[in-house]
Write a protein that binds this ligand. Structure first.
Ligand code: FAD
Length: 616
């Protein structure tokens, strides 16, 4: 996508002031900036990366959007509503008590959640449609949950303390994390399929906003300065007045075909420094996903420890440093221990960024085993509760887990997250889509053939030998897979399936999923024995923890104004997207329903852009 040189237009190269400075040219920054430009404001966007990385994470994303009661759902016979979606949201979020009454650190997260679900059930679809965005008609069912339905507000003493500040200016609620995940309280999951994959995936969502930015640039209202890394938010008399940025060496990170340097790590060599003045500064700098040390340090103690060996599901630019810089300017950072990483990562055979991993989006049939070969407890089946599974793994101190399945299940149920892993949907190619339906999707086959983490075998003994060889485990050592025990597990599961009904909750849930036409057609394999030779061979896939999203962030009010630890507005400072916890410092609470991150960037960018424009 050859982009115009956003840096060299009528807004004036080198201008030292604008109405608004936006930090970050990802989706949230672009939406905010183009809303402002449309309202006639002069905007300068700064991004530390070179121009090929325009759009940040969203370009790499799968483009899945959480939409509620859409025509796509209705055509598939799915009966959804804003009320049902909000009940699901609350059951997953486990907001602290008082959030719904306007008190406590979750009060703004709750408000943003309510607004977002209404947006997802109302304006989002027609707004995007008017910009040329459309969706794959087969709506997917992410985060199926598997817990009893409930409302989810945690009513525990102390949970409503209004934003008490932990050391370092952090409003924490580690205690609530523990409470929120206690058995019997979670009501996590989507009651119905809501994950709408955009035609064109992530690039398809970005396209209208890149086009609007180009248009605003031509009109002299918007400029993007790449290789500008903000290192300080400037203040005067308690109000934000601008930013100081380092100018980084020109580094197009060229040559990494086919992405022309997009997403590749870039140099941090500093060649200069600039100060820019503005009436408003917007932090749209993304989360902490590439900063493993920070993620490890903030992972809640109640869930053990994130492993030393992890994969990154985000480019290196997702370093989280800007959130600390905004804190230095007075902003409060809330819920830093809330993160949304995945347990189902596999190392990319063609890495673009450091430790580049890909998430398997699994269907429900695979057996999920911990590092020692024990089955994960109900309802931690593939695709049901990503965070619950991750916490189970980190609580055990494991650095990996296993899917055990067979070739037919892999072909039917494995999808991979990311625009480049879905050339059919990204390229809107019907022939490639038909290959996917027939179980011949090239990206999955490439992993199956090339990845050493895909261990094949015709018997449990062969599988166990391959699994142990991969992890160098020996009998009696941690992480050793016992072949006889594996054989027993597979036989017990197969007996349940072959009974035609069964009491095993995973077998029951998998059978139930096939009642949904899309699952039956393209996502969930028929109930057959893992050992059925017609579906073989069997395989075990080693899964690593893959870092991705930050659920906490800069504490903001309902307009996107950043607040200080006392809940007072930091004049002139605003935040959007992942840096703002996708709204209010944590619109998701503890868990997400998926497709809500891109949507959260759209909603916060739009709301905040309009609010700033109205306030200047
Ligand atoms: C592979 C993948 C698949 C995904 N799939 C989905 C999906 O299907 N559905 C969904 O809802 N979400 C998905 N997501 C998540 C979603 O894409 C992100 O949460 C979202 O795009 C974040 O956008 P953002 O604008 O907040 O931040 P970013 O995209 O991270 O952009 C932030 C920008 O700020 C810049 N920056 C950071 N610090 C500074 C600084 N100090 N100075 C200057 N610039 C700075 C960075 O260089 C970056 O360009 C996916 C993400 C990935 C990586």
């Amino acid at each position: 996508m050859p982009d115009a040189d956003f840096n060299n237009g009528p807004a004036g190269r080198g201008a030292a002031e604008a109405d608004v400075v936006v930090i970050g040219a990802g989706l949230s920054g672009l939406v905010t900036a183009t809303e402002l430009a449309a309202a006639g404001k002069r905007v300068i966007v700064l991004d530390q990366e070179p121009q090929p990385s325009l759009g940040g994470q969203a370009w790499w994303s799968f483009g899945g959007l959480f939409l509620v009661d859409s025509p796509e759902q209705r055509r598939l016979g799915v009966r959804d509503s804003a009320e049902l979606a909000f009940a699901d949201w609350l059951g997953s979020a486990q907001f602290a008590a008082g959030a719904d009454r306007g008190v406590g650190p979750d009060r703004y997260g709750y408000d943003w959640a309510k607004g977002f679900v209404e947006f997802a059930a109302g304006e989002m679809r027609p707004w995007l449609r008017s910009k040329g965005v459309s969706w794959f008609p087969l709506v997917q069912w992410a985060e199926r949950g598997g817990y009893p339905a409930g409302t989810g507000i945690v009513d525990a003493p102390g949970a409503s303390a209004p934003g008490g500040s932990a050391p370092g200016g952090v409003v924490g609620d580690q205690a609530a994390e523990g409470r929120g995940t206690a058995p019997g309280q979670i009501a996590h999951g989507n009651s119905v399929p809501r994950f709408h994959v955009t035609w064109g995936t992530g690039p398809g969502i970005l396209a209208p906003f890149v086009a609007a930015a180009r248009e605003a640039h031509r009109a002299g209202r918007l400029e993007i300065r790449f290789r500008h890394r903000v290192v300080e938010v400037l203040t005067s008399g308690g109000a934000v007045t601008g930013v100081r940025a380092q100018v980084l060496a020109d580094d197009a990170a060229p040559g990494r075909a086919p992405f022309a340097g997009r997403g590749a790590p870039s140099s941090r060599e500093v060649t200069g420094e600039v100060e820019l003045r503005a009436q408003a500064v917007v932090v749209a700098s993304g989360g902490i996903g590439a900063n493993h040390a920070v993620a490890r340090a903030r992972w809640p103690e109640s869930a053990g420890r994130l492993p030393e060996r992890m994969l990154s599901g985000v480019p290196d630019s997702t370093d989280g440093l800007m959130i600390g810089i905004a804190r230095d300017a007075g902003g409060a950072v809330v819920h830093e221990d809330r993160m949304w990483h995945y347990p189902e990562g596999i190392a990319n055979h063609s890495p673009v960024w450091t430790d580049h991993g890909i998430r398997i989006l699994p269907g429900p049939s695979s057996l999920w085993l911990d590092a020692d070969g024990g089955r994960l407890p109900a309802p931690l089946y593939p695709g049901f509760d990503a965070l619950g599974a991750l916490r189970h793994i980190t609580s055990r101190g494991d650095d990996h887990s296993w899917f055990v399945l067979n070739k037919t299940i892999m072909e039917k149920e494995f999808a991979l997250s990311g625009s480049e892993q879905n050339p059919d949907l990204t390229g809107r190619s019907v022939p490639q889509l038909l290959d996917r339906v027939r179980g011949r999707a090239v990206p999955v086959r490439t992993f199956a053939e090339q990845s050493p983490e895909f261990v094949w075998g015709s018997t449990a003994a062969e599988l166990a030998a391959g699994m142990n060889a991969l992890t160098s485990a020996t009998p009696g050592s941690r992480g050793h897979i016992d072949a006889e025990e594996l054989d027993r597990l597979i036989a017990a599961r197969d007996a349940q399936v072959l009974s035609g009904l069964g009491k095993d909750p995973q077998v029951v849930a998998t059978r139930a999923a096939r009642a949904f036409w899309v699952d039956r057609r393209i996502r969930v394999a028929p109930a057959r024995a893992l050992t059925d030779p017609a579906d073989g061979p069997m395989l075990a896939v080693r899964l690593s923890v893959l870092t991705r999203k930050t659920l906490g962030g800069l504490w903001c009010d309902a307009a996107g104004r950043v607040l200080d630890p006392a809940g007072e507005v930091v004049e002139g400072l605003w935040a959007a997207g992942e840096a703002a916890g996708f709204g209010g410092g944590g619109v998701h609470g503890h868990r997400a329903l998926e497709g809500t991150f891109l949507g959260g960037c759209l909603f916060t960018g739009r709301t905040t852009g309009r609010a700033i424009a109205g306030s200047l």
